[in-house]
Design a protein. Structure first.
Length: 287
């Protein structure tokens, strides 16, 4: 017998009803069974800690699963399916470790240190060994980039005052192919890697007020998004939302601006997420 509503477990998978269950759930009939959380489930996502350029050594963190284990397997594939011997994966985990230093099936994050293969788009696959029926899962894709000829860095123009509590505009314009729709920036303490789920983030573009803006003079949507007007009087123009641009009209821009309020005096790391991958732009010192 199978539960017909996979969503009740929160992991989107169909689950086999235990032999000793004392109530059943049939299609269209809710008997108010008390459903228990599964003892194991696949990761909900992954984060690449480091710069995702070919040849770089980075750490891939798999998170959100239940009972992830060092016996699990991860792969990068340039083929459409996970777990097959032929064609072989471009890279396969042989040194998975637990983020919590546990060796039993009770860690929440697994880490894979990997030397990245050649630049292209790869499928990220994960084998969850703790399931009743161990299974391969497709967790999405990641773009491994070619090593840029010009390092990606940030700049603050000399006419701006870098001081605690001051407002400055950070510009990122080395390299190419920036997106106001999916790129992100952070200012964080440098004790943890960019994009890490641990450590303290001082400022980030997760909030709408701190969103990235394109370098002036470049189109980011075609056709352009027209500003809306307020419904109350006096009528005023409303700020344009990037979500108003249709998916097939979104354009890359050659540079990004980010206006932030500087934190207290100290040293911080400026982080940027491009093509879904976090990397460091360097250190920011606030006097």
């Amino acid at each position: 017998m199978w539960w017909t509503d996979a969503a009740v477990f929160g992991d989107g998978n169909v689950h086999l009803a235990p032999v000793n269950c004392d109530c059943c759930k049939f299609s269209g009939v809710n008997t108010d069974c008390k459903l228990t959380r599964p003892s194991a489930s696949k990761p909900t996502g992954f984060t690449i800690i480091g710069d995702a350029y070919e040849g770089n050594t980075v750490t891939i963190s798999f998170h959100g699963g239940i009972q992830q284990s060092i016996t699990d397997i991860a792969e990068l594939r340039d083929s459409p399916t996970c777990g097959y011997i032929d064609p072989p994966p471009a890279a396969s985990a042989s040194n998975m470790t637990s983020a919590t230093n546990y060796t039993q099936h009770n860690s929440s994050n697994m880490l894979w240190e990997i030397s990245l293969p050649s630049s292209r788009c790869y499928r990220v696959c994960y084998y969850q060994s703790s399931l009743t029926t161990p299974t391969w899962y497709d967790l999405g894709t990641v773009d491994i980039l070619s090593v840029p000829t010009t390092p990606i860095t940030y700049s603050i123009s000399i006419d701006q005052v870098v001081i605690e509590g001051g407002s400055v505009t950070i510009e990122v314009s080395t390299g190419s192919g920036y997106s106001v729709f999916s790129d992100m920036m952070e200012i964080r303490y440098s004790d943890t890697g960019c994009g890490s789920s641990t450590g303290s983030v001082i400022q980030s573009t997760y909030t709408g007020e701190l969103k990235l803006k394109p370098t002036p003079g470049y189109e980011w949507c075609n056709p352009p998004v027209l500003p809306k007007v307020s419904s109350e009087r006096p009528i005023r123009y409303l700020e344009i939302e990037y979500s108003d641009c249709a998916a097939d009209g979104r354009l890359l821009v050659p540079g990004i601006l980010w206006t932030v309020t500087l934190p207290q005096a100290g040293g911080y790391e400026v982080c940027y997420r491009k093509s879904g991958v976090w990397g460091s732009l360097g250190v920011l010192v606030v006097p």
